[in-house]
Ligand binder design. Structure first.
Ligand code: HEM
Ligand code: HEM
Length: 227
């Protein structure tokens, strides 16, 4: 029997994952294959815009981790090493949100996404396309970040595979309705314990993050003059 969030009306419950967290998640699922495909096809203009969208989304999600709905906040799912170990040994029952181990994997995924998209800003295909900040750093740093961009995608792929294996294990072996909750916001046994953030906060935050990113992009130095 799912625990109700409202003692007056036992049939009501709060969503576990608010709509911004779900929209963030499923946008990533769409954008990552698109980033890979556009790079493979050499469609660098499109690749660039897909990458910018990932940067805005991840920065949004990081801010949402501080001001968003209760279960989307970092303090809800980032626990100390003791709790993580106890969870792995089966001595801690997880709450409805990310479990103590999964919580850290979310942070790793977000960091890898930011490193991947961020390093792209300094990258070049050495033919027609330069990332906007290519000329903001030395040649050595460019080479280093180019290597980070090339290898980072493998690290990301490993993490995504682990993520999918973990989700499948909980979904099918432990019969937890994780995917349903990530689609609909809530599912049996996956209800939120507190009211979500007001609906208007996410568009406001997204607009602010996009504005800051746009401003930062305008600060990119032009290519050096050849003559
Ligand atoms: C490009 C591939 C993917 C990436 C980068 C990714 C990334 C993430 C991230 C960052 C979160 C944390 C959500 C948050 O708190 O903001 C998450 C959670 C989750 N993802 Fe994915 N995901 C991917 C693909 C998928 C797919 C294909 C599925 C299912 C079919 C899935 C199912 C889930 C579920 C169920 C959760 C919630 C886990 C929980 O309850 O702790 N993900 N994913
Ligand atoms: C999460 C977002 C991103 C992903 C997953 C991604 C993924 C990739 C992949 C798989 C490649 C091919 C690597 C190779 O063949 O060595 C690539 C190349 C490239 N990416 Fe990205 N990228 C992202 C964001 C960006 C951004 C934001 C920019 C710049 C605005 C960018 C610029 C480039 C450039 C210039 C190349 C060509 C490198 C070359 O030809 O050596 N990427 N990216």
């Amino acid at each position: 029997m799912p625990r109700s969030a409202d003692p007056v009306n036992p049939r009501s419950s709060h969503p576990l994952w608010d709509w911004p967290t779900r929209l963030f998640h499923w946008s990533l699922v769409l954008l990552l294959p698109l980033a890979w495909w556009t790079a493979e096809e050499g469609q660098m203009e499109r690749h660039q815009w897909v990458g910018y969208s990932v940067i805005v989304l991840v920065l949004f999600r990081i801010c949402w981790g501080f001001v968003g709905s209760p279960h989307s906040r970092f303090r809800d799912f980032l626990r100390g090493p003791g709790t993580v170990l106890s969870y792995i040994r089966g001595r801690v029952a997880p709450g409805p949100g990310h479990n103590p181990l999964g919580g850290w994997s979310v942070l790793v995924l977000l960091s890898l996404l930011l490193v991947q998209a961020g390093s792209g800003l300094f990258n070049s295909d050495r033919i027609l396309f330069n990332g906007p900040f290519r000329y903001a750093v030395s040649a050595d740093t460019r080479d280093f970040l180019g290597a980070v961009h090339a290898w980072g995608v493998d690290a990301l792929l490993v993490m995504v595979v682990l993520h999918l294996l973990a989700v499948a294990w909980h979904q099918f072996r432990r019969r937890e309705k994780l995917v349903q909750a990530m689609v609909k916001g809530r599912a049996e046994g996956k209800e939120g314990e507190a009211a979500p953030a007001p609906w208007w906060l996410a568009p406001l935050l997204l607009a602010a993050v996009t504005g800051v990113c746009w401003w930062v992009l305008q600060q990119a130095p032009p290519p050096p003059r050849m003559w």
